[in-house]
Design a protein around this ligand. Structure first.
Ligand SMILES: NC(=O)c1ccc[n+]([C@@H]2O[C@H](COP(=O)([O-])OP(=O)(O)OC[C@H]3O[C@@H](n4cnc5c(N)ncnc54)[C@H](OP(=O)(O)O)[C@@H]3O)[C@@H](O)[C@H]2O)c1
Length: 252
């Protein structure tokens, strides 16, 4: 059990000082906010994403705020190979010697619609970005995370990754896979020094949410900043005993 409710967690100033944390999908939405928030607490953040201009903007914001200088890793999870991830891990190791945290956040929602109408190439694309790339990332990063005293690996799930929903097709199925990957690695690494958990952000005001719900008023939704407490809790040493869990950033 958690000593405090993770969605109400309040991080102390500088509580991520000296930590090296990778965030995927760091150019927009929840990943961007997580990168800014982690850096604001003193972490050196490695910004991974596919649109360099967006990553550069986040970089500039972090530097302007006086936080530690981040690093940028331009990588498209759609086309990246196992070797790309291994090279990235080797670069992180040579620059920082270890990795204390990784928030695997980038994902694609794809096209929502009837199960029987899912095109095979759509299935392959969503599974590549949302599942296979997470598998390859985790395999490449775990040895580096074992070099940290208190490493935290965070996967990103969804409500439809816990209970299937009509028309959410490949995206929902990919998020079930993420819940399974997170639990499996957590169990295996319990005694190997890396804690592994999953966050379901819940409805959050981002481009992805607007794509899925075009008729919704975004102003009725929590912002990425509002849901940060759970992201900060799982990255901080206050959660060092927590592993194998799937936390809702907006519990009902
Ligand atoms: N927002 C919600 O309501 C909600 C609810 C449940 C779960 N989630 C989950 O939360 C996570 C973040 O969602 P979000 O709403 O912040 O999404 P978002 O606004 O679409 O942002 C996703 C970020 O990931 C990046 N990305 C997408 N595909 C990529 C690829 N192939 N390679 C590298 N980077 C890629 C995007 O890059 P570009 O900027 O270049 O597009 C963007 O920066 C996702 O895992 C999503 O499934 C979100």
């Amino acid at each position: 059990m958690h000593p405090i409710a993770p969605h109400l967690y309040q991080a102390a100033d500088n509580s991520l000082k000296d930590k090296v944390i990778l965030v995927t999908g760091a150019g927009d939405g929840i990943g961007k906010q997580a990168a800014l928030s982690y850096a604001g607490l003193g972490a050196t953040v490695i910004l991974l994403g596919r649109t360099v201009a967006k990553l550069e903007q986040v970089y500039d914001e972090i530097v302007a705020a006086g936080a530690p200088e981040p690093a940028i890793v331009p990588l498209d999870l759609k086309g990246a190979t196992r070797q790309n991830y291994l090279d990235m891990a080797a670069t992180i190791e040579s620059q920082f010697s270890r990795l204390d945290g990784a928030l695997l956040n980038a994902a694609n929602i794809g096209v929502l619609g009837q199960f029987n109408q899912i095109p095979e190439d759509e299935w392959d694309l969503i599974m590549q970005v949302n599942v296979k790339s997470q598998f390859l990332l985790a395999q490449a990063l775990l040895p580096l995370m074992q070099k940290s005293a208190k490493a935290s690996l965070i996967f990103t799930s969804s409500s439809v990754g816990k209970k299937g929903r009509a028309y959410w097709g490949t995206y929902a199925i990919s998020k079930f896979a993420i819940e399974g990957m997170s639990q499996t690695i957590a169990d295996e690494y319990q005694k190997l020094g890396v804690r592994v958990n999953c966050i379901n952000p819940g409805a959050t005001r981002t481009l992805m949410r607007a794509t899925a719900y075009p008729g919704e008023d975004p102003m009725t939704l929590k912002t990425p900043l509002d849901i940060m407490p759970t992201y900060l809790y799982l990255m901080s040493d206050d959660s060092e005993q927590v592993t194998g869990q799937s936390l809702d950033a907006q519990p009902k």
